[in-house]
Design a protein around this ligand. Structure first.
Ligand code: ATP
Ligand code: MG
Length: 442
């Protein structure tokens, strides 16, 4: 793949090393580069039928429109895109007139959603460059954070307000070429995540871009450009201003897209776990790199990644149970040392920690309750006799609690013999189950 893209860059002239950096940093130096169809790997056959439908219908209505963002990026890397985003010169209202199955969403960033059954195609109107703070439609706070960005512009201007160069490549259905205004092709070829424009300004406008940089670096196995990386260390405290509900959405993308393990490591390298989960990061640091909490969390991420890859379901309840377990357990131990009975200590520690630790990232209630249940059910693994074992095996949350118990066994919180017993009791037939339960120590 890298070699393939290299060919493109050479065909088009210019050395990859020089112009990407200049292109992304300063607007004036941008040279629109058109990569013709025979020199790139984006094929109509790989684009979703619905996205194509939207592109063609907009064109028929007389509006210029492109495929952009992750869809183009992933197809160029010969990966399967998660979704397809479209950018157009039509205003949201004009888009709505073209499609009956269309809804306008968002205040901060107004968008059109075109619905095809359960599939939704996101259509964004080209944004203008909003340096002019008086422009109607652009609202910033004192730190420069974009509270609203609804000034429309040209496709080239639209490229400049996107986050990273590799996310600002436009595929056109006029000529089936890739239009590159910011040096994105070169960065894609070199495996670089680079913010478009001035780093400080772009992170101030939207601090979530720091998390996005890490997410793409982990997922694509790219390196983060030096200035883009340095900006993260400088501005990471700005994440405190982001709405906890948005951070929750971002956490799902960070940890539940199949690259959770790599993302966790990179987040910690950039000190970005701390602004999301301060108590967890504190315990991880206290215990050090060989500590049990990090080991448990890494394994939880590996398991989640595996499940995502196999197409099996994953739940935020389990993920957050693992993410928050370190401080909960620390609290529980502290209370138990003060003489509080273990089950009560766990109960109290979990409600206290959950309240505190979820101030930054808002876990919705429908996941919070099952998360706490996963913790609370842990004490039931200690009892292996009597009717309660049968009840427990039939409990709707048994499987999640069991998976969590295996993680705890891995770090020595639960004897391996106990974990093995629970594994075996699920595998054998009813008669053998009865024998095992009758013969168990307690
Ligand atoms: P994914 O594969 O996760 O969907 P993506 O790059 O498509 O990755 P989206 O969140 O779907 O990410 O956003 C689509 C596009 O919108 C991005 O590629 C980028 O060009 C632009 N974009 C998204 N979020 C931001 C942001 N916070 N700031 C600037 N541009 C953004
Ligand atoms: Mg996308």
């Amino acid at each position: 793949m890298r070699k393939f893209l290299q060919t493109i860059v050479q065909t088009l002239g210019g050395s990859p090393a020089s112009s990407a950096a200049a292109g992304a940093g300063t607007r004036q130096s941008a040279v629109a580069r058109v990569v013709p169809r025979e020199q790139h790997s984006v094929s109509r056959a790989d684009i979703s039928e619905h996205a194509l439908k939207v592109l063609y219908r907009l064109r028929k209505a007389g509006y210029q429109s492109y495929l952009v963002g992750g869809g183009v990026r992933d197809l160029l890397l010969r990966q399967t895109p998660k979704d397809f985003d479209i950018a157009t010169e039509a205003s949201p209202e004009q888009v709505r007139k073209v499609f009956s199955n269309c809804r306008l969403i968002g205040r901060r960033f107004r968008l059109a959603h075109v619905h095809f059954g359960r599939d939704v195609i996101e259509v964004a109107t080209f944004r203008g460059v909003s340096d002019d703070d008086d422009a109607a439609g652009v609202v910033r706070n004192d730190q420069g954070r974009l509270l609203r960005d609804n000034v429309y512009g040209t496709v080239e201007e639209d490229a400049w307000r996107r986050d990273f160069t590799i996310n600002a490549l436009y595929y056109s259905i006029e000529d089936f070429a890739i239009h590159d205004f910011v040096g994105g092709m070169e960065d894609l070829e070199r495996g670089v995540i680079r913010l478009i424009g001035k780093v400080d300004k772009r992170y101030r406008e939207d601090p979530v871009r720091m998390l996005r940089a890490v997410r793409f670096a982990a997922r694509l196995d790219f390196t983060i450009d030096k200035a883009t990386a340095q900006g993260i260390r400088k501005h990471r405290a700005l994440l405190a201003e982001i709405a906890p509900a948005r951070l929750f959405d971002e956490c799902l993308k960070l940890f539940m897209s199949g690259y959770g393990r790599a993302t966790l490591e990179l987040l910690r390298d950039y000190d970005l776990l701390e602004p999301l989960f301060p108590d967890t990061e504190r315990v991880l640091r206290e215990e050090g790199d060989e500590g049990p909490s990090l080991k448990l969390l890494r394994q939880a991420m590996d398991n989640t990644d595996q499940r995502v890859r196999e197409g099996r379901p994953v739940t935020p309840a389990f993920l957050f149970a693992a993410l928050l377990w370190a401080p909960v357990r620390q609290q529980q131990y502290a209370m138990a040392a003060d003489g509080v009975p273990p089950a009560e200590a766990l109960q109290r520690a979990s409600s206290y920690e959950v309240m505190r630790e979820l101030e930054r990232v808002a876990l919705p209630r429908r996941f919070k309750l099952p998360m706490r249940e996963i913790w609370q059910l842990q004490s039931r693994f200690e009892r292996r006799r009597g009717k309660r074992v049968w009840q427990f095996l039939g409990h709707p949350r048994f499987r999640a609690a069991y998976d969590f118990m295996l993680l705890r066994a891995l770090v020595g919180e639960v004897p391996q013999e106990l974990a093995d017993w629970w594994t075996r009791v699920q595998e054998v037939d009813r008669g053998e189950q009865e024998r095992m339960i009758a013969a168990s120590p307690g």
